[in-house]
Design a protein around this ligand. Sequence first.
Ligand code: DGJ
Length: 705
Amino acid sequence: MSDFIRLDGRNTSIVLELSEDGLPVWRHWGAKVSVGAGAGPWSTGVPVPTFSLDVNQPLRLFPLFGNGWMGPSALQCHRGGTAWMPGRASCEIELGPHDLKCRVSDHSMGIVLDHSLSLDPETDVLTLATRLTNAGRDILDVSWLAAGALPLAPHAQTVESFSGRHNSEFVPVADKLSRSAWRRENRRGLTSHDCPPLASVLGANAGPNEGQVWAAQLAWSGNHFQAIDWHDDGRWIWMAGEWLAPGEVRLQPGETLSSPEWLATFSPNGRDGVAQNFHAELRKRSPLWRSGKLKPRPVHINTWEGFYFRHNEPDLKLLADTAAGLGVERFVLDDGWFRGRDDDTSSLGDWTPDPDKYPNGLKPLADHVTRLGMEFGLWVEPEMINPDSDLFRAHPDWVLGAEQDRPLTARNQLVLDLTREDVRGHLFGALDKLLSDLPISYLKWDHNRDLTAAVSAGRAAYRRQVLGAYELIDRLRAAHPDVEIEACAGGGGRIDAGILSRTHRVWTSDCLDAVSRTEMHRQFLRYFPPEVMGAHVGASPSHATGRSQSLSFRAASALPGHFGLELDPRQLLEGDLRKIRDWIAFYKSIRQQVHAGRVWQGEAGDGVVWMAFGTPQAFVLVIYRITPIQMRYPPVLRLPFVAPEATYGLTRIDPSAPFSGNHDQVAFRAPGDKLLQSGSWLREVGLALPFLRAESCLVLEARQS
Ligand code: DGJ
């Protein structure tokens, strides 16, 4: 029997073998296994192929190209063109109950690699990270350092990731794994709409609620690279880490480079299983859950789509009055409040209230809002600057790429150089003043462009820019620990586990179309928990798509997330105002259950999708019909997660009107309607649904009786 290292979770194991040279070799990441007495060393189980190396090269914990390993490399570096190939290395291992620390010192390369792997036994999430130290005497140029390398079983089949753009986030992409490598590379300088740093790999027959799924996401808000490569023994090798620009990392002797953390998980229970693992892990890392308990997510009103740049204090006070009357709990003043900001061509950087719109500053409005019992929130975009701003006129050298001929603008703006301490200090001062002078309890922190010439003092600065932004947020949070922060980037351009460990919610998308949003939410929830998913009821027709939807459907689509309004209620008919009030009250009645439990999702077919929130004993079931019915009878809805031996009482709880038409013979015609059903029936046969109109929603509460 060889020397194995194993870490076990609830439903997963990782197994490594200590090879003769002392370096750990990957044997397994996936389903929970026991290592039988017959499990010998990898080298004895694999015959040496003809015309090959005389000794097989195993997949090491951190594979390095050269000297026998011809697969993908987890590190690429050199010292003026030399010392790029690994030589004899020594390895020290420290094994805890749930984690492994492994220090590899390679003397010929002059480097030390510190790998850490820690498997949380409650969440089943494995956190990997690597730190590289330049232990040599001269500069080490690094072009790639993976956070880790993971083996995927030969029965892994399909990799699912996202594409997207502003107004169309979380567009699912599925690729079959093959002998060709799978690659996703983000060079936009922040998390991005079109290539967020995450993916799921599905085994044969895996689906929403069943089958083996491996998934991983980087806790990083900048450039990234991830790849899955075929391995000669039929497995695949998955790596992820930061994408580095030429010359971006040149380590001086003694300097280190730390990879972002890579959160990886396996579940035998399909996409839902990995989603639940990620939700549990991100909750542990989130400032929202610091006390162990989630403060109920307050209902927002955000001024953006209702007012855009047309701020006017009396109108906004009226908006606050109406919002408070509807049950809104937080008023967020979006873009347009600061000096000279009448459209998106100017003023970013000048963070003082516009004297024409707010002759006495923001205090009168903020006080008005707080007197009404609501929290006051403010929009800022600290990392940005317009060339037409006093800040730019005073400090043209403060922008990234200042030394370029013409740094490219996007949305008319440039990016401040956050690698500079004086720039960060200035921004901290401006934000700290706002937070100290005004009763602000919430910041919506925006970032509305990709980075192009991220150059500081002639060197690529993508990585240092992200670290600068993190440092600024951390410093502000330390100075104002009670202020919540929302991360936004032209909608959902900065949604990742890195930003979520320091902010309290993210803005999912500027698209408030309820059909588009329902699909986005379904995809979002595969990686991130519902309580951080900003979701607002917008106007109809939708500003993003031009489609019109009923108020109830718009409200229902925002229901699972952190709920809010983003419209001018003065434009609404009296009936719709009443409906909004009802939906807000309804959201409040279910938010704790929706935001603190587990999430399951599925499709009943024929245009019906569902989400369930809570526990298998008690849950809220949200059922959407997206498209018109095509089948003669409505599809039944199977709930594969309920306890088969239990009996469930189901009650319709949404505040919509009773369904009209020939519905007498089916359950859930009107709110309050009940049904008793066995768990095994719900799992295997399914729940009979009423006829739902296209773009409508039914919400049930289910409890074991
Ligand atoms: C982009 C955001 O996604 C919007 O919600 C809004 O805050 C605008 N920026 C303001 O410029």
